[in-house]
Design a binder for this molecule. Structure first.
Ligand code: ADP
Ligand code: 5GP
Length: 191
């Protein structure tokens, strides 16, 4: 049985990097696009970066119970639609999602079998280096993200797996093993 696989962790720890590599190397995995009511930013495309909805359409979908989880972030609505998730699961693919700890917890309420993988930085100094090195955020935004990271780390006990993203190749292998191990465990149980 395929499962949702949620990758969480502080901004800059390497979630996107790891997720991209797992999708490229782990057969039968797929990425579940989120839905948002925020307008597309330059170059973003509907169905590629997000499913973009108007706010009224998003709110109607919430009222109709279409979301497994949703949240308001910086004044905009974001969420995971059950139909998007189920489309991949019923096609036999483990579904990778990137969520904050709260989003992961909400998802596991609906899918208790979900794997919740929390990535940790080797140190705060290294996390700061990665955020700075990525060169996408101003210093005050980096400080805000580091503060959020401390709060997230305190909630990380709700996750089912933890990996320190130090050497990237080792992290990729560890995450692959979590996913493959879960598949193997079920084969053994049902055999
Ligand atoms: P997130 O999605 O968690 O915000 P990113 O995947 O954007 O983080 O990674 C942040 C920066 O850290 C990027 O520049 C990325 O290349 C780098 N990075 C990711 N994993 C590692 C690693 N294991 N070692 C060193 N740098 C890394
Ligand atoms: P951005 O607008 O920069 O693309 O995303 C802002 C934030 O929205 C992300 O960092 C993430 O925390 C949150 N977000 C994106 N997609 C989802 C989702 O499907 N569910 C939840 N709960 N939050 C999301």
């Amino acid at each position: 049985m395929p499962v949702p696989v949620v990758i969480s962790g502080p901004s800059g720890v390497g979630k996107n990097t790891v997720l991209g590599r797992i999708l490229a190397t782990c057969p039968e995995t797929a990425y579940c696009l989120s839905t948002t009511c925020r307008p597309p930013r330059g170059g973003e495309r509907d169905g590629v970066d997000y499913h973009f909805l108007t706010r009224p359409a998003f709110e109607a979908a919430v009222a109709a119970g279409e979301f497994v989880e949703w949240a308001e972030v910086h004044g905009q609505l974001y969420g995971t639609r059950r139909a998007d998730l189920e489309a991949h699961l019923s096609a036999g693919r483990d579904v990778l999602l990137q969520k904050d700890v709260q989003g992961g917890m909400a998802l596991s309420a609906a899918y208790p079998e979900a794997l919740l993988i929390y990535l940790l930085p080797p140190s705060w100094e290294e996390l700061e280096r990665r955020l700075t090195g990525r060169a996408t955020d101003e210093p005050n935004e980096i400080a805000r993200r580091l503060e959020t990271a401390r709060r997230e780390n305190e909630m990380a006990r709700h996750n089912t797996h933890w990996e320190v993203n130090d050497a990237l190749e080792e992290t990729i292998t560890a995450v692959q093993h979590i996913i493959l191990g879960d598949r193997y465990r079920k084969i053994r149980v049902s055999a």
